[in-house]
Design a protein around this ligand. Structure first.
Ligand code: PEP
Ligand code: MG
Length: 570
């Protein structure tokens, strides 16, 4: 039997089910006698004080694990909330509720409101409220919370949902995987599973009723599948996949923190793509951030982010990157990326429409606000700015002039910024790729967006499964275009990076290095595998591979060349 959900952390785990049902406290809904309000309020106050102390201690205990410490610090905020305090007070004094009932009813009202929020990040804070409520009720009733501190070896925890405190304190050594009926990719369970790299399937509806304690489970976090008591042949198949996946993960793990060099000692800059300021994965292991996708800021918000909001977030990222260069890409909205609070024009072909820079030109205030925030933040680290969807020299100059005008504005206002700040282009439209020599003369640097460049070059929608065979990142045509861009920028003495998915695909590593690429920016989870792959090839070998690929006739031919070379080094 199989259950589907959302896979988190990736990987495959095989283990025995450990069903976890946390303590539920049933509160008696009985009014207390008149006159005992002060006593009930005092009990609420004492419970709150104890909970605060416990949470402060937990925050301190987790201080070396900031992700987890943040959870408990955030929970303390609920205990400081005046509205919550007021409602508890009113329930005690006007409704004559007992302390337990007042706390339960107040927290339940907030949980109900928050969990209905359309914003997943807010909705998932309901788990924190439940956690705090349980902590307070435990204190009042003297009951002890069940926990996951001691588990049998190789357990797959199966639960309706896990409260943040359950996961933070769990016996990590013995957890093979996590399966929950609730929770999504932004839930606390997901954050914890990712930070410990525990394969998890969340939102696995029906798990609690279909799984029995000690059932053998296969958790495939790559596909978001849980197999319950699988048949022998399926289990064997998973075991084989697990062996390969574990080996890959081990290699990646051991290489992630090393500097990147080819086998003959040529240094390569290994960068990360940042999709949110909340996730600092890879900051330690990278040399730079080749792509900061700023649209997350606009998409996570319910209004256009203000200059101040943006400034604070960019500044935080720069400070966390501790002086390593961060390449901020200006707003890339349109195409498949929409904003819930701003109507974008309906277009028959949004990927060919008013996307990214084109939208910014039409809405200069949005563009100006972002550029002001970025320039101001540049005083706090090493920032560079690049423009997406540049299709011509005109686009580039217009964007550059916009930035220079903002720069002038800040100068006039005597606001500090980095005067060395570089401006670059993303090369992701074929018309820009073809005139790479011209762009290289004017722009400070380039970053190749292989995801879009391939869709526009091959005329195949990057999101449309039915044309995936036409979307050919290994076709000789695409390889030649990449070679052309890299060569032109290198000849001009300007830096060129790849920040599309291809930079993180270890199958493409030698090819890209052979085309002359020395800067690769990728998802943090790919760093290890790419660094390891680079270490197996000399630059001369890479160049031979690239030459063969450019002269090949079909994508299949190129892939065969790459596979053959990889096998020699497996
Ligand atoms: C790209 O197009 O390769 C790129 C990095 O940008 P995005 O995937 O965000 O469009
Ligand atoms: Mg793109």
């Amino acid at each position: 039997m199989q259950i589907k959900g959302v896979g988190i952390s990736g990987g495959i785990a095989i283990g025995k089910a450990y069903k976890f049902q946390p303590l539920e406290i049933v509160v008696e809904h009985k009014c207390c006698e008149e006159g005992c309000e002060d006593e009930q309020q005092l009990r609420c106050d004492l419970a709150k004080k104890a909970a605060k102390e416990q949470l402060a201690a937990l925050t301190e205990e987790m201080k070396n694990q900031p992700d987890k410490a943040k959870i408990f610090a955030a929970q303390q905020e609920f205990l400081e909330d005046e509205e919550i305090d007021e409602m508890i007070h009113d329930a005690v004094y006007y409704e004559h509720y007992s302390a337990e009932w007042a706390i339960e009813s107040t927290y339940d009202q907030f949980i109900k409101i928050i969990s209905k929020s359309k914003n997943a990040l807010i909705a998932e804070r309901a788990a924190d409220l439940r956690d705090v409520k349980l902590r307070l009720l435990c204190f009042l009733t003297g009951k002890k919370k069940k926990d996951l501190k001691h588990l049998p070896e190789n357990s797959v925890i199966v639960a309706k949902d896990l409260l943040p405190s359950d996961t933070a304190e769990m016996d990590r050594e013995n957890v093979a995987a996590i399966v929950t009926e609730e929770g999504g990719s932004t839930s606390h369970s997901a954050i914890i599973a990712k930070s410990y790299r525990i394969p998890a399937v969340l939102g696995a509806v029906g798990a609690m009723s279909q799984v029995e304690d000690e059932n053998l489970l296969v958790v495939d976090a790559d596909e978001g599948i849980v197999e319950i008591s699988p048949e022998a042949s399926l289990l064997e198949n998973y075991k084989e996949r697990k062996t390969v996946a574990d080996r890959d993960a081990e290699i990646a793990e051991s290489w992630a923190g090393k500097p990147a060099y080819t086998a003959d000692g040529v240094p390569i800059c290994a960068g990360i793509n940042i999709g949110s300021h909340k996730n600092t994965d890879g900051y330690e292991n990278c040399d730079y951030a080749g792509l900061l996708r700023t649209e997350f800021l606009y998409m996570d918000s319910n209004h256009l982010p203000t200059e101040e909001e943006q400034f604070n977030i960019y500044k935080t990222i720069l400070q966390n990157m501790k002086g390593k260069p961060v390449t901020l890409r200006t707003l890339d909205i349109g195409g498949d990326k929409t904003l819930k609070y701003k109507e974008l024009p309906k277009e028959a072909n949004p990927f060919l429409g008013r996307r990214a820079l084109r939208l910014c030109f039409d809405e200069p205030e949005i563009f100006r606000t972002q550029l002001r925030a970025a320039y101001r933040a540049s005083a706090y680290g090493k920032l560079q700015i690049m423009f997406p969807m540049v299709g011509s020299i005109d686009d580039w100059r217009k964007a550059r002039d916009f930035a220079l005008a903002v720069r002038k504005e800040l100068e006039n206002e005597h606001i500090d910024f980095d005067r060395e700040l570089k401006l670059g282009v993303m090369i992701e439209i074929p018309s820009a790729a073809i005139i790479a020599d011209k762009l290289a003369r004017e722009a400070d640097f380039a970053s190749i967006g292989t995801n879009d460049l391939c869709q526009y070059l091959c005329a195949a929608d990057r999101l449309e499964p039915s044309v995936k065979d036409y979307y050919q990142t290994y076709s000789p045509a695409f390889v030649r275009v990449l070679g052309h861009i890299i060569k032109q920028f290198t000849l001009a003495g300007k830096e060129v990076s790849v920040c599309g998915e291809m930079a993180g695909a270890h199958t493409a590593t030698a090819l890209l290095a052979g085309l002359g690429l020395r800067k690769f920016s990728m998802a943090p989870s790919s760093l290890g595998k790419v660094k390891y792959t680079l270490s197996k090839y000399t630059i001369e070998q890479c160049e031979q591979i690239a030459a063969m690929a450019c002269n090949a006739e079909t994508q299949a031919d190129v892939m065969e060349i790459l596979e053959k070379e990889a096998k020699k080094r497996a």
